[in-house]
Design a binder for this molecule. Structure first.
Ligand code: SAM
Length: 82
């Protein structure tokens, strides 16, 4: 993984995915998920706050370490267990 992929691309992805049209979709779609969840391409964890208490088991895949660490920070601030 080169410098651009390590340092720049994850920030761009986080900013792009944090725009209001996506937030509105998360509010309506992600909140309906329940049971066992596999999120392929978790990004920076922006879906996290929208999952309901009905999620019993959660597994996520994300190739970018920087995005995984952003997810961990967000989860920590909400006391979620990853
Ligand atoms: C459009 S972003 C969506 C991120 C997140 N789900 C969200 O809603 O904010 C797609 C994500 O898929 C990840 N991705 C790309 N190729 C992947 C692969 N082969 N397996 C798992 N995730 C992958 C990217 O790194 C990126 O974080």
């Amino acid at each position: 993984m080169n410098w651009y992929e390590r340092a720049v691309l994850p920030q761009i992805l986080d900013t792009a995915m944090n725009q209001s049209p996506f937030t509105e979709i998360r509010e309506t779609m992600v909140s309906q998920a329940h049971g066992r969840i596999l999120e392929i391409g978790m990004g920076s964890g922006l879906n996290g706050p929208h999952y309901s208490q009905d999620v019993q088991h959660f597994v996520a895949l994300e190739p970018f370490e920087k995005l995984r660490s952003m997810t961990a920070s967000r989860a920590q601030s909400r006391s979620l267990e990853l």
